[in-house]
Design a protein around this ligand. Structure first.
Ligand SMILES: C[S@@+](CC[C@H](N)C(=O)[O-])C[C@H]1O[C@@H](n2cnc3c(N)ncnc32)[C@H](O)[C@@H]1O
Length: 388
């Protein structure tokens, strides 16, 4: 019997500003999530649900199991409550333990001391339980996090390993790529659905079109990668089951109209390579092209894009001209909805339209606006809107 066989409290970490999107994903997966603040959403489940969350969530950064919470207003109290936990049911004698700490509004704020006390308590417990005088730490890694909030320590075990933005298809980063998790959140905040045309006119290494194609074909974002919890010695081996579920859900017949354009030939080559690695090259049209020459014969399409930002890629005057020309290109697309992430605060002025909504999002710590310009809905459906 191990803790992995019973009911678990599962904590999903999401980037600031997209918690509500991740929460909706959990609801669609059949769970009842609680809270969606400060980058954390929790739900109850079993070990199979830990794997499902890792495999299916498109916007989560990582998935952890909450082992316990206990008051910890002194190092002695922290040591005692960590020692009291049945670590021998979680970590085998050769397990490699790493501890990370966070503290907010708590007496214990020296993070390296919190880490070393926690690690000592875990090691002592394991040595006692396995009758050892020292720990080899030659096996798999078990990443523990201690999070102190108002003098209460919550201790979690990471189950993802690499961050969940790593889907397994990206080979090289390209210039200023957007995180896959953020790209997926932007798509989910848009009105785009698989039956509508999609264009990213600044596609770079292809993140947005690839995420759109994965969504459109219902390919789980974590299908092609490994998770730390698959190596947990005491956990049930359920990956094959979850993998089968994911495979059955793939839509192999859907017709998608997804295009990505970029002025940089090398970026487009990279996007093609990535699309191939993600298994969606047949679903995306990628082309080297100046955004100014992009057009579409379709109506009611959706643009979701991450154009250059001043700080990173262009001079301010070039950026203003680019945004003005982008505005003209969008106006020429009849009835399209447009979504743009940029840190440039005067974006609307140069784009030439006032956004219907601006939401605050972070791209690699950089505060950005996510600008929504709604077009019309396809006939029978009335005016476009997206509720959150
Ligand atoms: C912030 S990057 C996009 C990164 C992309 N989202 C990714 O994940 O790789 C902006 C892209 O705009 C492209 N770009 C700049 N000016 C352009 C133009 N006039 N037409 C099309 N693409 C342009 C750049 O080559 C660059 O790849």
């Amino acid at each position: 019997m191990s803790v992995f066989d019973g009911k678990l409290r599962i904590e999903v970490a999401a980037a600031s500003g997209i918690e509500a999107v991740t929460k909706r994903e959990l609801v669609r997966l059949g769970y009842t999530p609680e809270g969606a603040e400060r980058g954390r959403i929790c739900f109850e489940g079993r070990f199979s649900d830990v794997l499902r969350a890792n495999v299916f969530l498109r916007t989560a950064e990582r998935v952890r199991i909450v082992l316990f919470s206990a008051p910890a207003d002194s190092f002695d109290a922290l040591f005692d409550s960590v020692y009291a936990y049945p670590w021998q049911e979680v970590i085998p004698s050769r397990g490699r333990v790493t501890v990370n700490a966070r503290s907010h509004a708590s007496k214990l704020f020296a993070l390296s001391a919190v880490q070393s006390i926690t690690k000592k308590a875990i090691a002592k417990k394991l040595m006692n339980c396995f009758s050892l005088s020292s720990l080899e730490e030659s096996g798999e890694e078990y990443r523990i996090e201690v999070s102190l909030e108002s003098d209460v320590a919550t201790v979690t075990l990471d189950t993802s390993g690499d961050g969940l933005h790593k889907r397994g298809w990206r080979t090289y980063l390209g210039e200023a790529p957007i995180r896959e998790t953020l790209a997926s959140a932007m798509l989910q905040l848009s009105v785009w659905k698989a039956d509508r045309p999609f264009i990213d006119p600044f596609c770079g290494s292809g993140t947005l079109p690839i995420e759109a194609a994965l969504m459109g074909r219902n390919i789980a974002s974590g299908m092609n990668r490994h998770f730390a919890c698959e190596d947990f010695e005491f956990a049930p081996k359920l990956r094959l089951e979850v993998q089968r579920e994911a495979e059955q859900l793939i839509d192999r017949d859907v017709k998608l109209r997804i295009s990505g354009f970029d002025i940089d030939r090398d970026a487009v080559k990279l996007a093609m390579k990535h699309a191939r690695a993600a298994g969606v090259e047949g679903n995306i049209h990628l082309q080297t092209c100046d955004m100014r020459d992009v057009s579409s014969r379709f109506k009611y399409g959706v643009i979701v894009t991450n154009p250059p930002y001043g700080e990173r890629l262009l001079q301010e005057n070039e950026l203003r001209t680019l945004y003005a020309d982008f505005g003209k290109m969008c106006t020429a697309l009849e009835e399209w909805s447009v979504y743009v992430i940029t840190s440039y605060r005067a974006f609307e002025k140069y784009f030439g339209r006032r956004a219907d909504k601006v939401r605050k999002l972070y791209n690699s710590e950089l505060e950005c606006g996510f600008y929504t310009f709604l077009g019309a809905r396809p006939p029978r459906e009335g005016r476009e809107s997206k509720t959150e």
